[in-house]
Design a protein around this ligand. Structure first.
Ligand code: CU
Length: 449
């Protein structure tokens, strides 16, 4: 493991965080490669962690570039004839064979290019060879692909990724309007025991096998989309993280519908806890939560923690409205700073229900309108401010002392989304970190492209 200066890394993290809040890097869809024909080339490279760690991993590249962790997210349309070639030019270490499994896809054929060996789970490409998989993406949903050769070792090392099959209808996860979304985000959860990676690098796979570590790993890093907090919130594609291109920074507006695509990409389960509101689980493993085909998701249910299991995918719809907080999220309307009105739409709003007003600038639950926060706020000079503090009210930047704040320029509301196994929000015992990010509820007027 190589260590860079801790101070330098913290500075990078803060700069990266400032970067994410610029409109140019905003992103409300799932990053990945689209099409019908893909080549995933297995390569060794390095990932870095926010507290200064730097580790060997094995990943895939979708083109001539560097491998990435996790592998490229493959995005295809329902009904497409999909072809995925996995190439194994280097053998990674000690002539590793490489292959892929596509849980949830049916009728997968495998064709060898060069020399392959039939393994326990499928046809495996030896060093210098390829295997091409073809199947029809028959049903929409969120899926996983991962190594079918030595999965105990190769999934730990990083040979896995997401597969998303889109239905014909735009901005829906499935063929039902109940899966419609305004924003969608991927949360591919994984973990590593960095001593295994160091041992592969320094002593080789044979030493790892002899050590017994694969059967009893001691995990010390936890990832969302291949990054640990706070890097999860840094800009996607930043040059600072050349092999970890995907970020995980959900942004939404009050009343919008967020599609959460949660994948258990590693070998442990993770209780992925989303502050702010419940989410409704609409599908598991690409199967809608319904007792019969049709539009009613009668088996869907609300959770405040998604129990993500290894190899499982969960789709959930999350929405934040501020309803029933019991105080006015836009501030005391008798104060000229926060003057606003609220007229409940008599017909109600499909997205939010009766009692709401929705305009171009805000969504508000009118029964809470005009109710002050039921605490006496202390004097500004008696407070210490956090970087995300922008004032108590959505969309209104408070008067902050010089040098305070600045990480929340739109005065959004921020909620931590994280593993509720709280050891998992550390980076090699350094808190905060790990499987953690923030949801930002932006003011309605702030565009989320
Ligand atoms: Cu109000």
């Amino acid at each position: 493991m190589l260590r860079t200066s801790h101070v330098a890394r913290v500075r990078i993290a803060v700069l990266a965080f400032l970067g994410i809040l610029s409109a140019a890097s905003a992103q409300a869809d799932v990053l990945g490669v689209t099409g019908t024909s893909f080549t995933l080339t297995a390569k060794a490279d390095r990932i870095s962690t926010p507290e200064g760690g730097n580790f060997l991993f094995w990943g895939f590249s979708a083109g001539p570039g560097r491998a990435q962790y996790p592998g490229p997210t493959l995005i295809v349309n329902q009904g497409a004839a999909v072809s995925i070639t996995v190439a194994n030019p280097t053998g990674l270490d000690a002539g590793q064979r490489v292959s892929l499994a596509f849980p949830g896809q049916s009728g997968v054929t495998a064709t060898c290019g060069g020399t392959c060996i039939q393994g326990p789970l499928g046809l495996e490409a030896v060093q210098g060879s390829t295997v091409t998989y073809t199947f029809t993406a028959s049903r929409p949903g969120t899926f996983l692909y991962n190594s079918a050769s030595r999965p105990d070792l190769q999934i730990e090392m990083g040979l896995m990724g997401a597969l998303i099959v889109r239905p014909a209808a735009a901005n829906q996860a499935y063929d039902t309007t109940q899966s419609a979304f305004d924003q969608e985000y991927l949360f591919l959860l994984s973990e590593i025991d960095s001593t295994i990676h160091d041992m592969v690098e320094q002593q080789g796979v044979a030493a790892v096998d002899a050590s017994g570590k694969l059967a009893n790993p001691f995990v010390n890093y936890w990832f969302i989309n291949g990054r640990n907090a706070p890097d999860t919130m840094a800009e996607a594609g930043t040059a600072l993280l050349p092999t970890q291109p995907y970020n995980a920074l959900p942004r939404t507006h009050a009343g919008d519908r967020v599609l959460m695509r949660v994948i258990g990409g590693g070998r442990d389960m993770h209780p992925f806890h989303h502050h702010g509101n419940h989410a409704r689980i609409i599908a598991v493993d690409g199967f809608l939560k319904q007792s019969a085909p049709g539009d009613a998701l009668d088996l869907s249910h609300e959770v405040f923690t998604i129990q993500s299991l290894p190899g499982q995918t969960v789709d959930a719809i999350f929405s934040w409205t501020g309803k029933d907080l019991g105080w006015d999220i836009y501030g005391d309307p008798t104060d000229p700073l926060y003057a606003h009105t609220c007229t409940a739409n008599a017909a109600g709003l499909a997205a939010a229900g009766p009692g709401f007003e929705k305009t171009a600038s805000k969504l508000e639950y009118c029964p809470d309108h005009g109710i002050k926060i039921p605490v006496t706020q202390p004097e500004q000079f008696g407070l210490t401010f956090g970087g995300f503090w922008a004032g108590a009210f959505l969309g209104s930047m408070a008067l902050l002392p010089p040098g305070e704040g600045g990480l929340n320029p739109n005065a959004g509301y921020t909620y931590m989304w994280h593993s509720h196994t709280e050891k998992e929000i550390t980076n090699y015992d350094v808190f905060p970190g790990g499987m953690m990010t923030m949801l930002v509820v932006e003011p309605t007027s702030v565009p989320i492209p």
